[in-house]
Design a protein around this ligand. Sequence first.
Ligand code: SF4
Length: 210
Amino acid sequence: THWKHGGIVGVRGYGAGVIGRYSDIPDTEAPDVHTLRVAQPAGWFYNTKYLRRLCDIWEKHGSGLTNFHGSTGDIILMEARTNELQPCFDELIEAGYDLGGSGGDMRTPSCCAGPALCEWSCIDTLDLYHELSMEFQDEIHRPRYPYKFKIKISGCPNDCVAAIARSDLAVVGTWRGPFNVYPNLIQDYEKTGTDLKDVCRKCPTAAISY
Ligand code: SF4
């Protein structure tokens, strides 16, 4: 097949979010098998109602085949015929979903679960994701860059969304100020038989001692 981000097919008002794909053999059963990208929510949290509604719309207008998630983080709906793109988009928008980025544009940002689930988070990744997504709505939907641009947000240097490896603008939360030290908890660990010297030996940067 030939495929292309934007330009050959799309939906009204958007230049991104639909990846057109046409077969080299037009008289096959499926000469056009386009992909829609649906923007993911912050931290990839869904309730069942959200997923059921999305699946109902996609079964009605497309193949029913999905990919959770694409490498940018969007929900990928694979294989829609050309005449189903606009009706599918209209129904998605009506139900509260939106398309994500594609092509030479600001791609849908992504973030780790952050403070919603993870005790290591040093920043509110979900809030920052939301702010950036709102700020760059126009750039996400209407490609105007020479190449794609990705923002990924990790709450701490564990970098679970691989922001450093896989984005153009990596936001990684770090601890500011001195470490918190809880002497009582350290004593409790020792009482339970934890080898604290071994813990110190395993610190890769030798940042702690006991
Ligand atoms: S990057 Fe850090 S804060 Fe985010 S989920 Fe991973 S460990 Fe938790």
